[in-house]
Write a protein of this length. Structure first.
Length: 441
């Protein structure tokens, strides 16, 4: 019965773009109406049962898009367009959905073509400009997006999609204050707007207002409980933990092609020591986005955790073939060589990784640890000192420095380093550090 009620809502829902003027239109991404993988079967059944109904084609096409099935989505949406000549509101939404398919595929040209078609439909100029604004954001063209959003709002000041697009453009223009104002204006027009809650929550969470952001993102998930994007953003805002894992698992079920969700889930599984699950996630992420460096690095990190140093190095090298100046890939190669005892090769790669990214202390810390493990404590001390100078509040750096100092017989300096490790931030085994400190008393 739940599926039946949702299906009826999908096929019958419409609203007014403006309170006074503007075309009737189906909402994008609102409530549970917009189904994903979990609800494709009933929507397929409805489309088969009503083969001449463009609204049924719209509902199925939208669900296919949100599930990441882009080619079938286009087929169904184009079928709907052929049926919708006598139904202008549904025809407009079909063109909107086709544009969104192309946006999801990062195809700016095809997306803009669909938006321009939408602009030319009677009464849909505002929606067409809002669509064009979203299309420009595929390539992060904030200036052009702001211009299109302004044209949309000139046509219809109460156009919700234009307000959301305006906020996204302001984010790309690095003006979070204006972005927040635009999202809140969109929510004033439509308090149950999933897209605005989602965008506002993401903005707040990324700008140090985690609690407010999580509240908005929870509202987005409440309104759209199977929405992959809302699930992913809430999981990201919450940070690692059981709830985040559950949200990411849900997102990947709803959109099996969601590479970023697989990647985030795999990282959490790896951190928790669930190596089989982490490997599966990494493989899925590589399969869905083979041109992205990060899934290859994750696959290598899993291999390293499983003791397969050669496989880890190969994964790092594969990532470097994609992007040669990738610090995490260099770090992976370094860690793999360190695991094999190839300390000189490891140090060369650690130094390269540090040179590529001075914001990450890991290469310095791992270099210190590798040198200490190889009995090269003078070098270990140098890397540890550099880590603590560059990152004075990073506990792993102080712990590695303390190990090098203790091995060199500098007990007082080692005690100081261990105490700072216990007081600083970052992942260290505090019981182990305390044990080393006690042994030096």
């Amino acid at each position: 019965m739940v599926h039946v009620r949702r299906l009826a809502f999908v096929m019958g829902l419409s609203c007014v773009c403006s309170a006074a003027t503007g075309p009737l239109r189906l909402l994008e991404g609102e409530r549970a109406a917009f189904a994903q993988a979990s609800e494709l079967d009933p929507l397929r059944d409805a489309a088969r049962a009503s083969p001449r109904d463009p609204a049924a084609a719209l509902a199925l096409g939208r669900a296919l898009r949100r599930a990441g099935q882009y080619a079938p989505a286009l087929t169904e949406l184009r079928r709907g367009i052929a049926l919708a000549f006598a139904n202008p509101p549904v025809l407009a939404r079909l063109h909107w959905e086709i544009a969104r398919v192309h946006m999801d595929r990062h195809d700016f040209g095809q997306a803009m073509t669909a938006c321009r078609v939408l602009q030319k439909l009677p009464g849909d100029a505002a929606e067409g400009h809002a669509c064009a604004a979203d299309a420009h954001l595929v390539w992060q063209r904030a200036t052009e997006a702001l211009s299109e959003a302004a044209m949309a709002l000139a046509e219809d000041p109460r156009c919700y999609d234009a307000k959301v697009a305006d906020g996204r453009a302001e984010e790309f223009a690095l003006d979070p204050v204006k972005a927040e104002a635009a999202y809140r204006a969109a929510l004033a027009l439509r308090p149950d707007g999933v897209g605005a809650h989602l965008a506002l929550g993401r903005l707040l969470a990324r700008n140090g207002r985690k609690d407010e952001g999580v509240t908005e993102l929870r509202r987005a998930v409440q309104l759209d409980p199977d929405g992959p994007d809302a699930l992913f953003e809430l999981a990201t805002a919450l940070g690692p933990g059981p709830e985040s894992v559950g949200l990411l698992e849900h997102a990947t079920r709803e959109r099996p092609s969601f590479a970023q969700a697989w990647l985030s889930l795999g990282r959490q599984q790896l951190a928790a020591g669930r190596l089989a699950e982490a490997k599966h996630c990494a493989e899925q992420a590589v399969r869905e986005d083979p041109g992205d460096v990060e899934p290859h690095v994750l696959l290598g990190q899993v291999a390293l955790a499983e003791g397969r140093a050669d496989d880890a190095i190969r994964a790092g090298e594969d990532a470097l073939k994609l992007v040669a100046n990738t610090a995490p890939a260099k770090l992976l190669v370094a860690d793999g060589n360190a695991k094999k005892g190839e300390i000189d090769l490891a140090l060369e790669a650690y130094q390269s990784a540090w040179g590529l990214d001075h914001s990450d202390p890991t290469p310095l810390v791992h270099a210190a640890e590798a040198c200490h493990a190889a009995g090269r404590d003078t070098s270990a001390s140098a890397f540890g000192l550099k880590a603590t100078q560059e990152f004075p509040n990073w506990a792993p750096g102080w712990a590695a420095y303390g190990d090098a100092l203790a091995a060199q017989g500098e007990k007082q300096a080692a005690r100081d380093a261990y105490r700072k490790a216990l007081a600083a931030a970052g992942p260290v085994d505090k019981a182990a550090v305390q044990g080393k400190l006690s042994a030096l008393q």
